[in-house]
Design a binder for this molecule. Structure first.
Ligand code: SF4
Ligand code: SF4
Length: 210
């Protein structure tokens, strides 16, 4: 097999890894439109390998998850729909990506719509609210891989400090993190969206002297 015979994806590329994983019995699709595992809750990274190799299919790891309609195992819970600050979950399992903070702060390379900015709050890279609130996370276990460990020093960065970043500093601080997808331009755009109401107040104060 050569490199032309396969491709692999981890949160990259336009493939349907969530529904494939659901069909394979890895988990079920929740009302938050994510794959939820009985063993890990929402905290999963799905990896997929697309190959020309002929492989005999084995049985799904869990019969229950196969073909279970979206949200079936959520019961009456609606916590994710209630918690989404921009109303991006328009129905159980239905995500309007144009309203999602994840899309707006990472994938959108243009202007972030004014009407969504209040809901974005203090987020400069993505959003996990609809995953965080899910009660299935009580089954989650901490990842063993150091690659998935949180980098606490990034949380110490001040917004105004980020505004002074140049390309070299951006590359050094975010080396090996998905934030590099944003590029410096995207990061600055997001920081400006957050800081603008504060800066506008400060400018107004300078003018009136109060
Ligand atoms: S990621 Fe955030 S904005 Fe997007 S659907 Fe979930 S809660 Fe809403
Ligand atoms: S928060 Fe509740 S409704 Fe949403 S995916 Fe989790 S269990 Fe389902």
């Amino acid at each position: 097999m050569t490199a032309r015979d396969y491709r692999y994806y981890v949160d990259t590329g336009p493939i349907l890894e969530r529904s494939w994983a659901s069909k394979a019995g890895v988990g079920f699709t929740g009302k938050n439109a994510m794959l939820i595992s009985r063993g890990f809750g929402n905290w999963l990274l799905l990896a997929a390998i697309v190959t020309r190799l002929e492989i005999e299919a084995d049985a799904p790891v869990s019969r229950q998850a196969e073909a279970v309609p979206v949200g079936t195992l959520c019961g009456r819970c609606t916590q994710c729909l209630d918690a989404c600050p921009t109303g991006a979950l328009t129905a159980p399992g239905v995500l309007d990506a144009r309203r999602c903070i994840y899309y707006q702060t990472i994938e959108n390379k243009g202007v972030i719509p004014q009407e969504l900015r209040r809901g974005i709050g203090n987020r400069i890279y993505g959003c996990d609210i609809c995953a965080e609130v899910c009660p299935w996370n009580r089954f989650a276990v901490k990842a063993k891989s150091g690659l998935l460990a949180s980098r606490d020093q990034l949380a110490q960065l001040e917004l105004r400090e980020l505004l002074e970043f140049n390309p070299e500093r951006f590359a050094a601080v975010f080396k090996g993190t998905p934030v590099k997808r944003l590029k410096l331009r995207g990061l600055l755009r997001n920081v400006c969206v957050l800081l603008w109401p504060i800066l506008a107040r400060e400018i107004a104060c300078l003018h009136c002297g109060n």
